[in-house]
Design a protein around this ligand. Structure first.
Ligand code: UDP
Ligand code: MG
Length: 337
């Protein structure tokens, strides 16, 4: 408002300047799929609807697409992806790994492929519709307001077993204690802008733990809360063994605290050993040597166990260093359509 006009017109209520939104992004939906034949078509349908809604309301660009990453499935997942691509080549894209490389690598590959296909932002989401597609709207809105990363955070765990709930909770606590910056109750349902994905591409480590790496990228971020549902079809691809190795991956790829623990425990063992030695000498001198036998055997086992556990932890790290020094390709893309 110019000075002149302000003199001639009656004062009007001042409005906050409207914050400038970023232009509607070309959005990629990155969907890792491992043997998702029972659910894939349903997921494709739900996501296609969601994208066309967002295109209609001009929240995203009409070049937005869905990218399936087939993580070496043995079932018909790839055939379904091909069929979807043939029906709508602009909307459905897909890449196929030559063998199973795990969820984290599949998400990473999808993000990198989206980047090379010219997207402005990408959302990674499970193939089983457990992540609420309606949260996508809020994620896009946060992006347009200027956030580079938007984390999907579940606000319920009632679809989980008590066991999964307890282990997940302890895991997040442990990770925080270990010094890794994770977002509690956030899995891999998140939006990343082009800039954030570019930053992620600088990470060349083979032990990929995105829930730790992404928060460590920094950038302006936001959280979107959603209710996590049950799997729409098929069964979980994360049995207990995979969950344990995933947790180990998280800890050992982010923290050297276990190594410090070994040192502390080692010192403690030495102190206990010295006390045992003094006790033994005293027992021998007083002629009661047999009395110490039990405690000695006991401590022998304890120390032996401690050494083994410590060696195990060190071994975890050495194993990872070993893999890291190989600089193997993270994945090999067989086909791209
Ligand atoms: N997934 C994958 N590779 C694997 C295991 C899982 O790409 O080796 C995908 C899977 O298809 C799904 C997502 O990762 O889209 C999450 O897996 P799932 O739903 O089985 O895990 P849960 O929700 O039971 O923890
Ligand atoms: Mg799931």
């Amino acid at each position: 408002m110019t000075e002149e006009s302000s003199l001639n017109t009656p004062p009007v209520e001042s409005h906050e300047p409207k914050s400038v939104l970023r232009p509607a992004p070309t959005l990629a939906m990155v969907i890792p799929c491992y043997n998702e034949e029972p659910v894939l078509e349903q997921t494709a349908h739900v996501l296609a609807e969601k994208l066309s809604d967002l295109i209609r309301t001009e929240e995203i660009d009409n070049r937005s697409f869905i990218l399936f990453v087939d993580d070496g499935s043995q079932d018909n997942t790839w055939r379904i992806a091909e069929k979807l691509h043939t029906s709508k080549p602009e909307l459905f894209h897909a890449i196929k790994f030559s063998h199973n490389r795990g969820h984290q690598n599949a998400v990473y590959a999808g993000l990198m492929t989206s980047l090379s296909n010219g997207c402005d932002a990408a959302i990674s989401m499970d193939a089983d519709l457990q992540d609420d597609p309606n949260a996508i709207d809020k994620m896009v809105a946060s992006y347009r307001k200027g956030d580079e990363i938007v984390y999907g955070v579940r606000n319920n765990r009632d679809t989980d077993t008590i066991f999964k709930r307890m282990t997940a909770e302890s895991f997040y606590k442990l990770m925080t204690w270990m010094g890794a910056d994770t977002i509690p109750d956030h899995a891999d349902f998140r939006l990343m802008s082009k800039m954030a994905i570019q930053a992620l591409s600088e990470y060349s480590e083979a032990n990929l733990f995105l829930r730790g790496i992404v928060p460590s990228l920094g950038f302006k971020s936001d959280r979107v809360y959603y209710k996590r549902g049950v799997r729409a079809a098929g069964e979980s691809k994360y049995p207990l063994s995979k969950m344990i190795s995933f947790a180990l991956e998280g800890i050992t790829s982010f923290s050297v605290k276990p190594l410090h623990l070994i040192t502390t425990t080692g010192f403690l063992s030495v102190v206990i050993g010295i006390v045992m030695l003094i006790y033994t000498i005293v027992s021998v001198c007083t002629g009661n040597a047999i009395a110490g036998w039990g405690s000695l055997m006991f401590s022998l086992w304890i120390i032996g166990g401690l050494i083994l556990v410590s060696l195990g932890i060190v071994g975890e790290y050495i194993g990872r260093i070993y893999i890291e020094t190989k600089h193997r390709p993270r994945y090999i893309i067989e086909t791209e359509i």
